[in-house]
Design a protein around this ligand. Structure first.
Ligand SMILES: [Zn+2]
Length: 262
């Protein structure tokens, strides 16, 4: 059966001398791997469509076992992401997170929408660090975590001072601070920002600019949830951490496209 899907290439790996196995996250089918015959040859019509981050239409021949990628039509090659090392690093992190969190082949159109909007925003030169934070917060439910952020997790109050509690996975109001000795106190703007990250669609945030410390603070909370409650740590995270610590070693624009993931 031949199927046309709208998808994004999550990753591509070498297979034999000239083939690639591409993992496509599609709106219609969820995550699927497909063999792209000859795609390693630069002259192949599948060469450009099988690169990570590529957003397009894919024609997949489904049989028993793995499907075969017959052809593709690029909607957005996300070239500008590949040309910038920071954009590439954050986009790779997002792809790895999505890839890790979905293990079945059922469609996840909402998740697809988030990924597509995130890549689009990064390619439009939005701050990739902020965009990856948006994705991390929004993917918590996919990871089985439903933080309570609209009210106090303990008493339901919506007014007062708030803090984040890892044991309650959500906000606690000042009346309930005592139930968790390890709360992280939040300013009203931090409360608002966390809610924005969790609830506002990426295509509605505008060109928001955040201070380094603000991002660092919000990131610490969400990463702690992922490492302690979800139990995942991503390979691309160590590279990102290194890059954030020593940005001077990473020139903002590179002349050559980044090497493909193998
Ligand atoms: Zn309370």
């Amino acid at each position: 059966m031949l199927q046309k899907v709208e998808g994004i290439v999550l990753r591509a790996s070498s297979y034999g001398e000239s083939n690639k196995i591409v993992t496509i996250f599609s709106r219609e089918l969820g995550k699927r791997a497909a063999m792209a015959r000859g795609a390693k040859k630069p002259t192949s019509r599948l060469a450009s469509i099988s690169q990570p981050f590529t957003y397009g239409y894919f024609l997949i021949q489904q049989g028993r076992g793995m499907g075969t990628l017959q052809q593709g039509e690029i909607i957005d090659s996300m070239r500008s992401i590949r040309e910038d090392i920071f954009a590439t690093a954050y986009a790779s992190f997002i792809m790895e997170l999505v890839d890790k969190l979905i293990d079945d082949e059922s469609p996840k159109p909402h998740l697809f929408e988030i990924l597509q909007q995130a890549l689009h925003a990064i390619s439009e030169e939005y701050d990739p660090e902020a965009i990856s934070l948006f994705v991390e917060w929004k993917l918590l439910p996919t990871a089985g975590i439903y933080p309570t952020l609209h009210q106090c997790t303990n008493c339901g109050a919506t007014d007062g001072e708030f803090a984040f509690s890892f044991s309650q996975i959500g906000f606690l109001c000042h009346r309930c601070f005592s139930i968790d000795p390890y709360i992280i106190r939040l300013s009203p703007s931090q409360v608002k920002l966390i809610r924005t990250f969790y609830t506002v669609p990426i295509d509605q945030v505008g060109k928001l600019t955040l201070k380094k410390e603000t991002k660092g603070f919000i990131k610490k909370i969400v990463r702690t949830i992922y490492s302690e409650q979800v139990g995942i740590r991503l390979k691309s995270q160590s590279f990102l951490d290194q890059m954030e610590k020593t940005p001077e070693f990473f020139p903002p624009k590179t002349e050559n496209p980044s090497p493909e993931e193998e």
